[in-house]
Write a protein that binds this ligand. Structure first.
Ligand code: VGL
Ligand code: ZN
Length: 212
């Protein structure tokens, strides 16, 4: 049986101002991924580069401010999901929701928005946490015949991790670029990496990446 030719995409998760130091939901050192991601992009011939963008309506269910009496970073059960009560972040059209201006981008790079439904949170770039709605990410990748995904961005223990797991489940060969990611909680990052290893994900430093 002949194998599909290798086609590689760089998938950059949620590199947005609200996740930078000083942002409303800061990931420590979040901005430090930008030069690493740019360097990887410039030094490799990716067939496609895709960005995800957390893109919430102001009345989004994941905001503590929209849940009476909710303490920030506590967890509530909402529609059968454990929902973290986040600070307001990545509100559609806000400055905090913008992708970092220093990211090298082309007009050809798709930007896939997620978390757009009021009642559903979406850590994964592929689908809501409750799996009710899919984004167009899988269709975008499949339309470009992508076989291998190189994933980086923010935050390791939330949106990167959920995206990595769904990417494997969607049939892609997945590599995560460790130094092009930052996480919120170190214990959560360790847990995420253990789960990725179980799924056959390759974890590399960006300078360990093969030439292509
Ligand atoms: C994220 C929490 C809430 C992320 C997004 O990008 O990791 N985390 N929304
Ligand atoms: Zn969010």
């Amino acid at each position: 049986m002949s194998e599909a030719p290798i086609r590689r995409a760089l998938l950059v998760v949620d590199v947005q101002y609200d996740f930078m130091d000083g942002g409303s939901l800061a990931v420590p050192g979040g901005q430090d991924v930008v030069p690493v991601i740019n360097k990887v992009r410039k030094s490799h011939a990716f067939d496609l580069v895709v960005f995800t963008q957390d893109w919430h309506p102001p009345n989004h269910v994941s905001f503590a401010s929209n849940n009476d009496g909710a303490e920030l970073f506590s967890t509530r059960s909402i529609n059968g999901q454990n929902q973290v009560m986040w600070p307001d972040h990545c509100v559609q059209g806000s400055d905090g929701a913008r992708l970092h201006a220093d990211l090298v981008r082309s007009d050809l790079d798709p930007v896939v928005q997620k978390g757009t439904h009021v009642e559903h949170d979406s850590y994964s770039g592929f689908q809501d946490n409750d799996r009710v709605n899919k984004t167009e990410l899988e269709a975008v990748l499949k339309a470009a015949n992508i076989t291998h995904l190189y994933i980086c961005g923010l935050a390791t223990d939330y949106c990167v991790s959920f995206t990595v797991i769904d990417a494997v489940d969607s049939g892609f060969a997945v590599t995560v670029l460790d130094d092009a990611c930052r996480g919120i909680d170190p214990a959560g990052c360790d847990k995420a990496k253990a789960a990725w290893a179980e799924k056959g994900v390759t974890l590399l430093a960006s300078d360990e990446l093969d030439d292509f």
